[in-house]
Design a binder for this molecule. Structure first.
Ligand code: GLC
Length: 623
């Protein structure tokens, strides 16, 4: 009874806006709207008591995910531990890594060999064979909640696999199901689309349409030919997909990563990206979650330039996603590794720090996808940097082709015609650990472990949620075995998706080993980050001029603390001429005391210099 009142209250709060948004997308489709509303109550009723309790706790503290106490990790279930049960058995290890946010990569049913790493879903209600069952997922979520770990899962809503029930029926000629995708009798309209819609995978999957011989029609396939784009002009698609999402959420998922969200609305004559209707849909999803499961967060996957990303937060009154990826900072970080200079990163950091503090970003050094070079070339022009040649330089450097480079990446979707390419590789291989260890060069190993540490320190000193890719905590290198696997060899993203090396993880216990140094270094950074409130999202952040284009400086201030973070990308020992002449600082990592001026910093070194200030004494030193 109490639950009903709770539902009613939430429903009434949002009803008008929900109806308005729905009618804007779908004129005269009230029966479908009413059907959706009816289903919503059913989804609420089937949500378990424990999850509803969690919703209530989180609703009372809506900023629960905005602190400095969350650290994330992303992983493929099979690569990490074989199956869901294995992940459950290894939760101790995950906790030992200091992790309390776990993103499990797509694990729903997906055809072997035509799965795009699980992003071609054939059944949204079934876990892929070999990984376990839906009950295992539910059990894992429960165990995670007991340990205070939040679970994130992808929701692939732009497309289904060609093996999905809807796609199968469409292929067999059922008109009702063809209308759930974009089917065309001939190539006339597809040809018109192709004039304005860019390609996502220009080499591995060129074109945006695929011929379906059984139906004798073309179907829209923005990603791989076996991933059929869903037609959200059809309200049955939206209703059905929201149902699929809530069913997953009701298994105990805390964070839904909305995959490829900018792509979900298609319109002839446009580039089919970021159209206004996409925002209507995301807002509809947000409202439905606020009504049914307000403790659940939406993470939007918007891998685009900053001005395209930020609108997915929505507005303060009408929020859309809770969290978005800080993709430009990630790419700009690798730009700094390859160029050994930080001007772009400095300017990117200033741009992020000007955004409202309510915006929560997910910070990362790498993920399961490639690194794309969507940098601000307009801004770089002033230094005579031109897009094509600059991308070539970055790729040459990070694939180890450039003289003196220590990186061991591989190209992704390299287009020989335009010269464009993206990049793959694990953090350890890109920052020189693979090369130095292979060559047995101890001095160089020390240097590049320091670089790896510095890159993680920089990621952890940004506001938001840091997410480590499983394996990076022990410096896992590239996995070249995908070259011999016919199902993977065309997709170099598998280079950095290798099986987790438990043998390496064991070595974290050997004092002085590469793994121990990386693992404990990262752990220490996480501990410090959790301990000092200055790392919280409330802190003021600004870039500080170091008068050296290869040393990045940032200042965080808040909660009676001031932190100066310095990162030397140059590969040479430096003296940094900052002028924060306001007392003695302590490096939180080494405990060393120093002043905030003329700071000596080794090649690839990073500092977290802290000073306690008293807020009521106008910033005067108390330590
Ligand atoms: C997202 C995923 C990527 C996948 C694509 C298509 O961008 O991160 O791995 O290929 O969506 O689903």
């Amino acid at each position: 009874m109490e639950y009903c009142r709770e539902y009613e209250k939430r429903f009434q709060k949002y009803y008008d806006e929900l109806k308005w948004l729905y009618c804007e997308l779908y004129e005269n489709r009230m029966p479908e709207f009413e059907d959706l509303c009816g289903q919503m109550y059913g989804w609420y009723q089937s949500r378990k008591k424990g999850l509803k309790d969690l919703d209530r706790i989180r609703s009372k503290n809506p900023a629960w995910y905005k602190g400095n106490n969350i650290a994330g990790m992303m992983m493929y279930v099979d690569a990490f531990a074989g199956n869901l049960d294995g992940v459950k058995r290894h939760l101790d290890y995950i906790e030992e890594c200091g992790i309390n946010y776990l993103h499990l990569m797509p694990l729903l049913d997906s055809p072997e060999g035509k799965s795009d790493g699980g992003y071609a879903v054939s059944d949204f209600g079934k876990v892929r064979e070999g990984l376990g069952t839906i009950e295992d997922l539910e059990g894992l979520a429960e165990e995670c909640h007991k340990r205070g770990i939040s679970l994130c899962l992808d929701f692939v809503m732009n497309h289904t696999s060609e093996e999905h029930q809807w796609a199968k029926r469409a292929r067999e000629g059922e008109r009702e199901y063809q209308d759930r995708y974009f089917f065309y009798d001939n190539y006339d309209l597809p040809a018109q689309f192709e004039k304005t819609v860019p390609e996502v995978f220009p080499t591995t999957a060129p074109g945006n349409f695929t011929w379906v011989p059984e139906a004798r029609k073309y179907v829209m396939t923005t990603f791989y030919p076996y991933q059929w784009d869903l037609n959200y002009w059809n309200p049955l698609v939206l209703n059905g997909m929201i149902g699929n999402m809530i069913n997953l959420v009701n298994k105990g998922i805390d964070v839904i990563r909305i995959d490829a969200v900018p792509y979900i609305w298609k319109q002839l004559g446009t580039n089919c990206r970021n159209l206004p209707q996409v925002h209507n849909i995301v807002r509809i999803i947000r409202i439905i979650c606020e009504i049914i499961c307000p403790g659940v967060l939406l993470l939007g996957e918007v891998v685009m330039e900053p001005d395209k990303v930020v609108p997915y937060f929505g507005s303060v009154e009408k929020p859309e996603c809770h969290m978005l990826y800080n993709v430009t900072t990630m790419a700009a970080t690798w730009n700094s590794v390859a160029t050994r200079e930080v001007r772009l990163l400095h300017q990117q950091m200033e741009a992020v720090s000007r955004l409202p503090k309510e915006y929560v970003f997910l910070n990362y050094l790498r993920c399961h996808d490639d690194i794309g070079w969507g940098l601000d070339y307009q801004w770089l022009k002033q230094f005579g940097i031109e897009e094509t040649s600059h991308k070539k330089h970055l790729n040459d450097y990070l694939t180890g082709q450039y003289p003196g480079s220590f990186s061991r990446g591989e190209l992704y979707n390299s287009d020989p015609e335009s010269g464009d390419a993206r990049l793959c590789g694990t953090t350890a291989s890109l920052c020189g650990i693979e090369k130095a260890v292979y060559e047995g060069n101890e001095e160089e190993t020390d240097r590049v472990i320091r670089l790896n540490f510095m890159l993680h320190a920089y990621m952890l000193s940004q506001s938001g949620i840091p997410v480590i890719y499983s394996g990076d905590e022990v410096g896992q290198e590239n996995d070249y075995s995908y070259h011999d696997d016919p199902r993977k060899q065309d997709d170099s993203r598998y280079l950095h998706r290798g099986d987790f090396r438990w043998d390496l993880a064991e070595k974290r216990k050997e004092r002085g080993s590469v793994q121990e140094r990386i693992f404990n270094g990262l752990k220490k950074l996480e501990e410090i980050r959790r301990l000092y409130p200055v790392f919280g999202t409330e802190a003021e952040v600004r870039a500080v001029d170091t008068w050296d284009d290869s040393v990045l400086g940032l200042i965080r201030e808040g909660a009676g603390e001031k932190l100066i973070a310095l990162y030397n990308f140059s590969g040479l020992d430096k003296v940094v001429w900052i002028n924060e002449d306001d007392g003695v600082y302590t490096d939180l990592v080494t405990g060393k005391e120093m002043e905030g001026k003329a700071v000596e910093i080794p090649a690839y070194g990073g500092y977290w210099l802290l000073r306690k200030i008293s807020p009521d004494k106008g910033g005067a030193a108390v330590l």
